[in-house]
Design a protein around this ligand. Structure first.
Ligand SMILES: Nc1ncnc2c1ncn2[C@@H]1O[C@H](COP(=O)(O)OP(=O)(O)OP(=O)(O)O)[C@@H](O)[C@H]1O
Ligand SMILES: [Mg+2]
Length: 263
């Protein structure tokens, strides 16, 4: 089942006399429960696409159908309500929060806003979410400045899945973590997907990361999607110059897992 279908998205930025087509006629689709990896050189438009899809910045043109709705046409309280279905995890997304905010309040926000569970059960739900991302319930009382980078990303994931979304957009969500921590978070994300059937749009400049989690991979170059295919094919026999350059940048890239089964 198609969960998200984006067509002909465009986005231009003008700054300092420079006009940039950050998105140039971008179309992509995602099935329910699928992971689409999105790779591309720095400045190719990956984050712009993630921000347009999550409604953080407006597109200049194009359409997005998400979960049966005209997603870009939603505004006001209908948009606020539907946001429960599309959540995001950015690189150090909690860095933007008040550092004194408690872990509990960070995870409770979406539970409250989207009335996921009755008020009396919120504390228990926070503990269950913490447990699910591998943190002790005692972390609920800590302030977010007192947790490590890896723990923060776990908390960001707990927050993102709290509202039981159908799609999570992850933009360089593991890029700041060291290799062993990164592997653990990727394993967690794959396990959560198997349990909950969420789709992921997984943005990374690192094809090795995408190889570990993606069913399909799309490659961006200068605001356009220049190649899309099953992960093993894009990595094993890249067709575009942009994809070949990314594969070359990871010289020892081996596809350890067979192409994740198509959904
Ligand atoms: N707010 C903005 N104002 C002006 N230009 C912008 C803005 N945001 C992005 N751009 C430009 O749009 C283009 C795409 O940027 P974007 O952040 O989407 O790339 P990216 O693929 O995410 O890169 P990276 O891998 O470095 O994160 C770049 O040329 C960038 O300079
Ligand atoms: Mg980016």
């Amino acid at each position: 089942m198609t969960l998200l279908d984006a067509r002909n998205l465009g986005k231009r930025y003008t700054s300092g006399g420079r006009d940039v087509a950050a998105l140039d006629d971008v179309s992509l689709s995602l099935a329910a429960g699928e992971t689409l990896g999105l790779a591309g050189a720095s400045g190719s438009g990956k984050s712009t696409l993630a921000r347009v899809l999550t409604r953080l910045v407006p597109a200049d043109g194009g359409t997005v159908r998400f979960d049966g709705e005209d997603w870009l046409a939603l505004s006001g309280s209908p948009l606020r309500r539907r946001r429960s279905k599309m959540q995001m995890v950015f690189q150090d997304v909690l860095g933007a929060f008040n550092p004194r905010a408690t872990v509990a309040s960070v995870i409770e926000d979406p539970l409250r806003i989207h009335a996921v569970v009755p008020k009396a059960e919120r504390g228990r739900e926070v503990a269950a979410l913490l447990d699910r991302v591998g943190l002790p319930a005692s972390y609920a009382a800590r302030s977010i400045r007192d947790v490590s980078g890896g723990e923060r990303q776990r908390i960001a994931i707990a927050r993102a899945i709290a509202s039981r979304p159908a799609l999570v957009v992850l933009d360089e969500a593991v890029s700041a973590l060291d290799v062993s921590l990164r592997e653990k978070i990727l394993e967690l994300l794959v396990a959560l997907q198997a349990e909950r059937g969420m789709a992921y749009l997984f943005v990374s400049h690192d094809l090795a990361v995408l190889a570990a989690v993606s069913h399909r991979i799309a490659i961006m170059d200068a605001g356009r999607i220049v190649e899309t295919g099953p992960a093993a094919e894009v990595i094993g026999s890249p067709q575009s110059a942009a994809a070949r350059a990314l594969v070359r940048a990871v010289p020892r890239l081996v596809i350890e897992k067979e192409d994740r089964n198509a959904v």
